[in-house]
Design a protein around this ligand. Structure first.
Ligand code: SAM
Length: 256
Protein backbone atom coordinates (compact mmCIF):
# COMPACT_ATOMS: atom_id res chain seq x y z
CA UNK A 1 0.00 0.00 0.00
CA UNK A 2 1.36 3.44 -0.89
CA UNK A 3 1.91 6.00 1.86
CA UNK A 4 -0.54 8.92 1.97
CA UNK A 5 0.62 12.12 0.26
CA UNK A 6 2.11 14.60 2.64
CA UNK A 7 1.92 17.85 0.75
CA UNK A 8 -0.31 19.63 -1.72
CA UNK A 9 2.23 19.46 -4.55
CA UNK A 10 2.10 15.65 -4.30
CA UNK A 11 -1.69 15.84 -4.59
CA UNK A 12 -1.60 17.96 -7.75
CA UNK A 13 1.04 15.68 -9.28
CA UNK A 14 -1.03 12.63 -8.31
CA UNK A 15 -4.61 12.13 -7.15
CA UNK A 16 -5.73 15.70 -8.10
CA UNK A 17 -3.83 15.77 -11.41
CA UNK A 18 -6.91 15.57 -13.63
CA UNK A 19 -9.41 17.45 -11.46
CA UNK A 20 -8.80 20.83 -13.08
CA UNK A 21 -7.72 19.47 -16.47
CA UNK A 22 -11.24 18.08 -16.86
CA UNK A 23 -12.80 21.54 -16.49
CA UNK A 24 -13.06 23.94 -19.40
CA UNK A 25 -15.39 26.84 -18.75
CA UNK A 26 -14.88 29.87 -16.53
CA UNK A 27 -16.87 29.80 -13.31
CA UNK A 28 -19.38 32.65 -12.87
CA UNK A 29 -17.25 34.43 -10.23
CA UNK A 30 -14.12 34.18 -12.39
CA UNK A 31 -15.95 35.54 -15.44
CA UNK A 32 -17.43 38.37 -13.39
CA UNK A 33 -14.06 39.45 -11.94
CA UNK A 34 -12.16 39.13 -15.21
CA UNK A 35 -14.71 41.13 -17.19
CA UNK A 36 -15.18 43.77 -14.50
CA UNK A 37 -11.61 44.42 -13.38
CA UNK A 38 -9.14 43.29 -16.06
CA UNK A 39 -8.10 45.01 -19.27
CA UNK A 40 -7.66 42.68 -22.28
CA UNK A 41 -4.95 44.87 -23.80
CA UNK A 42 -2.62 44.65 -20.79
CA UNK A 43 -0.26 41.86 -19.70
CA UNK A 44 -1.40 39.18 -17.26
CA UNK A 45 0.15 36.34 -15.30
CA UNK A 46 -1.90 33.59 -13.67
CA UNK A 47 -0.55 31.78 -10.63
CA UNK A 48 -1.25 28.05 -10.34
CA UNK A 49 -2.46 27.85 -13.93
CA UNK A 50 -2.69 24.02 -13.98
CA UNK A 51 -3.68 23.10 -17.57
CA UNK A 52 -4.25 26.76 -18.46
CA UNK A 53 -8.07 26.66 -18.23
CA UNK A 54 -8.49 30.30 -17.15
CA UNK A 55 -5.89 31.71 -19.56
CA UNK A 56 -7.27 29.79 -22.55
CA UNK A 57 -10.75 31.14 -21.85
CA UNK A 58 -9.32 34.64 -21.39
CA UNK A 59 -7.71 34.32 -24.80
CA UNK A 60 -11.19 33.67 -26.24
CA UNK A 61 -12.38 36.82 -24.47
CA UNK A 62 -9.76 38.83 -26.37
CA UNK A 63 -6.87 38.96 -23.90
CA UNK A 64 -3.64 38.93 -25.86
CA UNK A 65 -0.63 39.09 -23.52
CA UNK A 66 -0.89 36.05 -21.27
CA UNK A 67 1.47 34.11 -19.01
CA UNK A 68 0.93 31.43 -16.40
CA UNK A 69 2.94 29.30 -14.02
CA UNK A 70 2.45 26.17 -11.94
CA UNK A 71 4.85 24.20 -9.75
CA UNK A 72 3.84 20.84 -11.26
CA UNK A 73 5.89 20.38 -14.48
CA UNK A 74 3.53 17.73 -15.94
CA UNK A 75 0.61 20.17 -15.64
CA UNK A 76 2.58 22.81 -17.50
CA UNK A 77 3.27 20.20 -20.23
CA UNK A 78 -0.52 19.76 -20.53
CA UNK A 79 -1.05 23.53 -20.70
CA UNK A 80 1.54 23.85 -23.49
CA UNK A 81 -0.14 20.97 -25.39
CA UNK A 82 -3.38 22.99 -25.33
CA UNK A 83 -1.62 26.03 -26.77
CA UNK A 84 0.19 24.57 -29.80
CA UNK A 85 0.93 28.02 -31.25
CA UNK A 86 2.75 28.89 -27.99
CA UNK A 87 0.88 32.16 -27.66
CA UNK A 88 0.82 31.90 -23.85
CA UNK A 89 4.05 31.98 -21.83
CA UNK A 90 3.59 28.88 -19.61
CA UNK A 91 6.38 28.24 -17.11
CA UNK A 92 7.17 25.93 -14.20
CA UNK A 93 7.57 28.20 -11.18
CA UNK A 94 6.77 28.13 -7.49
CA UNK A 95 4.66 31.04 -6.21
CA UNK A 96 6.86 31.44 -3.15
CA UNK A 97 9.96 32.25 -5.21
CA UNK A 98 9.35 33.54 -8.71
CA UNK A 99 12.00 34.27 -11.33
CA UNK A 100 10.00 37.04 -13.06
CA UNK A 101 11.64 40.47 -12.75
CA UNK A 102 10.09 43.15 -10.51
CA UNK A 103 7.09 44.99 -12.02
CA UNK A 104 6.69 42.44 -14.85
CA UNK A 105 2.90 42.42 -15.28
CA UNK A 106 0.08 44.96 -15.30
CA UNK A 107 -2.34 42.34 -13.95
CA UNK A 108 -2.04 39.24 -11.78
CA UNK A 109 -4.59 36.46 -11.29
CA UNK A 110 -4.33 34.39 -8.09
CA UNK A 111 -7.73 32.70 -8.26
CA UNK A 112 -8.84 29.23 -7.10
CA UNK A 113 -7.29 29.82 -3.71
CA UNK A 114 -3.67 29.17 -4.69
CA UNK A 115 -2.32 30.97 -1.60
CA UNK A 116 -4.40 28.68 0.68
CA UNK A 117 -2.65 25.64 -0.81
CA UNK A 118 0.71 26.77 0.57
CA UNK A 119 1.27 24.79 3.73
CA UNK A 120 3.07 27.19 6.00
CA UNK A 121 2.45 30.74 7.10
CA UNK A 122 5.90 32.06 6.22
CA UNK A 123 5.65 30.70 2.66
CA UNK A 124 2.14 32.11 2.20
CA UNK A 125 3.49 35.53 3.15
CA UNK A 126 6.46 35.07 0.80
CA UNK A 127 4.05 34.23 -2.04
CA UNK A 128 2.04 37.39 -1.36
CA UNK A 129 5.24 39.47 -1.38
CA UNK A 130 6.24 37.84 -4.66
CA UNK A 131 2.85 38.64 -6.19
CA UNK A 132 3.31 42.27 -5.18
CA UNK A 133 6.88 42.38 -6.51
CA UNK A 134 5.97 41.14 -10.01
CA UNK A 135 2.97 43.49 -10.36
CA UNK A 136 3.55 46.87 -12.00
CA UNK A 137 2.74 49.97 -9.93
CA UNK A 138 -0.91 50.81 -10.56
CA UNK A 139 -1.53 47.20 -11.63
CA UNK A 140 -4.56 45.12 -10.61
CA UNK A 141 -4.62 41.74 -8.89
CA UNK A 142 -7.46 39.24 -8.48
CA UNK A 143 -7.21 36.92 -5.49
CA UNK A 144 -9.50 34.29 -4.03
CA UNK A 145 -9.21 32.59 -0.66
CA UNK A 146 -10.85 29.78 1.29
CA UNK A 147 -13.06 31.59 3.79
CA UNK A 148 -13.13 30.37 7.37
CA UNK A 149 -16.21 32.48 8.22
CA UNK A 150 -18.04 31.11 5.23
CA UNK A 151 -17.32 27.52 6.23
CA UNK A 152 -18.10 28.17 9.91
CA UNK A 153 -21.52 29.52 8.96
CA UNK A 154 -22.68 25.93 8.36
CA UNK A 155 -23.58 23.81 11.40
CA UNK A 156 -22.07 20.63 10.00
CA UNK A 157 -18.66 22.27 9.63
CA UNK A 158 -18.88 23.85 13.09
CA UNK A 159 -19.40 20.35 14.47
CA UNK A 160 -16.46 19.06 12.42
CA UNK A 161 -14.22 21.89 13.69
CA UNK A 162 -15.14 20.99 17.28
CA UNK A 163 -14.26 17.37 16.60
CA UNK A 164 -10.90 18.39 15.05
CA UNK A 165 -10.15 20.72 17.97
CA UNK A 166 -10.72 17.87 20.48
CA UNK A 167 -8.62 15.47 18.40
CA UNK A 168 -5.78 17.96 18.19
CA UNK A 169 -5.95 18.68 21.92
CA UNK A 170 -5.82 14.97 22.73
CA UNK A 171 -2.80 14.59 20.47
CA UNK A 172 -1.11 17.64 21.98
CA UNK A 173 -1.12 19.24 18.53
CA UNK A 174 -1.49 23.03 18.54
CA UNK A 175 -2.30 23.29 14.79
CA UNK A 176 -4.74 26.16 14.24
CA UNK A 177 -8.29 25.20 13.35
CA UNK A 178 -7.94 27.18 10.12
CA UNK A 179 -5.75 24.34 8.82
CA UNK A 180 -8.21 21.80 7.45
CA UNK A 181 -7.64 18.45 5.77
CA UNK A 182 -9.03 17.86 2.28
CA UNK A 183 -12.58 16.47 2.39
CA UNK A 184 -12.66 15.32 -1.23
CA UNK A 185 -9.67 14.02 -3.19
CA UNK A 186 -9.83 12.78 -6.75
CA UNK A 187 -13.62 13.12 -6.58
CA UNK A 188 -13.95 10.80 -3.56
CA UNK A 189 -14.36 11.36 0.17
CA UNK A 190 -10.92 11.55 1.82
CA UNK A 191 -11.02 9.34 4.92
CA UNK A 192 -7.86 11.08 6.16
CA UNK A 193 -10.15 14.04 6.91
CA UNK A 194 -11.58 12.03 9.81
CA UNK A 195 -8.08 11.19 11.03
CA UNK A 196 -7.01 14.84 10.58
CA UNK A 197 -4.09 13.86 8.37
CA UNK A 198 -2.16 16.23 6.08
CA UNK A 199 -1.99 17.76 3.60
CA UNK A 200 -3.94 20.74 4.86
CA UNK A 201 -5.33 23.86 3.25
CA UNK A 202 -5.47 27.16 5.13
CA UNK A 203 -8.82 28.91 5.54
CA UNK A 204 -8.36 32.67 6.07
CA UNK A 205 -10.51 34.85 8.26
CA UNK A 206 -11.71 37.91 6.32
CA UNK A 207 -9.92 40.52 8.43
CA UNK A 208 -6.76 38.45 8.64
CA UNK A 209 -6.23 38.31 4.86
CA UNK A 210 -7.56 41.85 4.33
CA UNK A 211 -4.90 43.19 6.71
CA UNK A 212 -2.21 40.86 5.36
CA UNK A 213 -2.71 42.08 1.79
CA UNK A 214 -2.50 45.67 2.99
CA UNK A 215 0.65 44.91 5.00
CA UNK A 216 2.29 43.58 1.82
CA UNK A 217 1.57 46.97 0.19
CA UNK A 218 -1.63 46.36 -1.76
CA UNK A 219 -4.55 48.76 -1.80
CA UNK A 220 -7.89 46.94 -1.48
CA UNK A 221 -10.20 47.76 -4.39
CA UNK A 222 -13.06 45.32 -3.69
CA UNK A 223 -13.87 42.49 -1.34
CA UNK A 224 -16.69 39.96 -1.15
CA UNK A 225 -17.78 36.36 -1.36
CA UNK A 226 -19.83 34.50 -3.93
CA UNK A 227 -22.92 36.00 -2.26
CA UNK A 228 -21.80 39.56 -3.15
CA UNK A 229 -20.59 38.59 -6.63
CA UNK A 230 -23.99 37.09 -7.47
CA UNK A 231 -25.64 40.42 -6.61
CA UNK A 232 -22.91 42.61 -8.14
CA UNK A 233 -22.33 44.23 -4.76
CA UNK A 234 -18.70 43.75 -3.74
CA UNK A 235 -17.61 45.96 -0.84
CA UNK A 236 -14.53 48.08 -0.30
CA UNK A 237 -13.73 47.17 3.34
CA UNK A 238 -13.89 44.08 5.54
CA UNK A 239 -16.23 45.94 7.93
CA UNK A 240 -18.77 46.54 5.19
CA UNK A 241 -18.63 42.87 4.27
CA UNK A 242 -19.42 41.79 7.83
CA UNK A 243 -22.82 43.46 7.59
CA UNK A 244 -23.74 40.96 4.85
CA UNK A 245 -23.94 37.23 4.22
CA UNK A 246 -20.52 35.60 3.92
CA UNK A 247 -20.97 32.60 1.69
CA UNK A 248 -18.68 30.74 -0.70
CA UNK A 249 -15.15 31.77 -1.58
CA UNK A 250 -13.65 35.09 -0.56
CA UNK A 251 -12.56 37.35 -3.43
CA UNK A 252 -10.29 40.36 -3.06
CA UNK A 253 -9.34 42.74 -5.84
CA UNK A 254 -6.16 44.73 -5.15
CA UNK A 255 -4.12 47.50 -6.70
CA UNK A 256 -0.36 48.12 -6.31
C1 SAM B 1 -7.11 24.65 -7.44
S1 SAM B 1 -5.98 24.40 -8.75
C2 SAM B 1 -6.50 25.65 -9.86
C3 SAM B 1 -6.00 25.48 -11.25
C4 SAM B 1 -6.29 26.61 -12.24
N1 SAM B 1 -5.94 27.91 -11.72
C5 SAM B 1 -7.74 26.62 -12.62
O1 SAM B 1 -8.48 27.41 -12.02
O2 SAM B 1 -8.14 25.88 -13.51
C6 SAM B 1 -4.50 25.09 -8.01
C7 SAM B 1 -3.24 24.99 -8.85
O3 SAM B 1 -2.21 25.72 -8.17
C8 SAM B 1 -0.99 25.01 -8.28
N2 SAM B 1 -0.16 25.45 -7.15
C9 SAM B 1 -0.40 25.28 -5.84
N3 SAM B 1 0.58 25.84 -5.11
C10 SAM B 1 1.46 26.38 -5.99
C11 SAM B 1 2.67 27.08 -5.84
N4 SAM B 1 3.20 27.32 -4.64
N5 SAM B 1 3.29 27.51 -6.96
C12 SAM B 1 2.77 27.26 -8.19
N6 SAM B 1 1.65 26.56 -8.38
C13 SAM B 1 0.99 26.13 -7.30
C14 SAM B 1 -1.39 23.55 -8.26
O4 SAM B 1 -0.43 22.72 -8.86
C15 SAM B 1 -2.70 23.57 -9.04
O5 SAM B 1 -2.47 23.36 -10.41
Amino acid sequence: MSLPSTNNKDLYSGVEFSTWLDREELMPAEEYLIKKYLNPTLGIVEAGTNGGRILLRMQELGFTSLAGFDYVPTLIDKAIERDPERTIDFQVQDAIELTYPDNSYEQIVYLQQIICLIENQEDRLKALHESYRILKPGGIGLFSFLSFESRSSQAIYRAYFKYLAILRRLRGDDLRIQYLPWLILGGKFNFNAILDRPPFTYWYRVTEIYELLKSVGFEIVSIGTDAQISTDSLKTTDRELFSEKISGMLYIVVRK
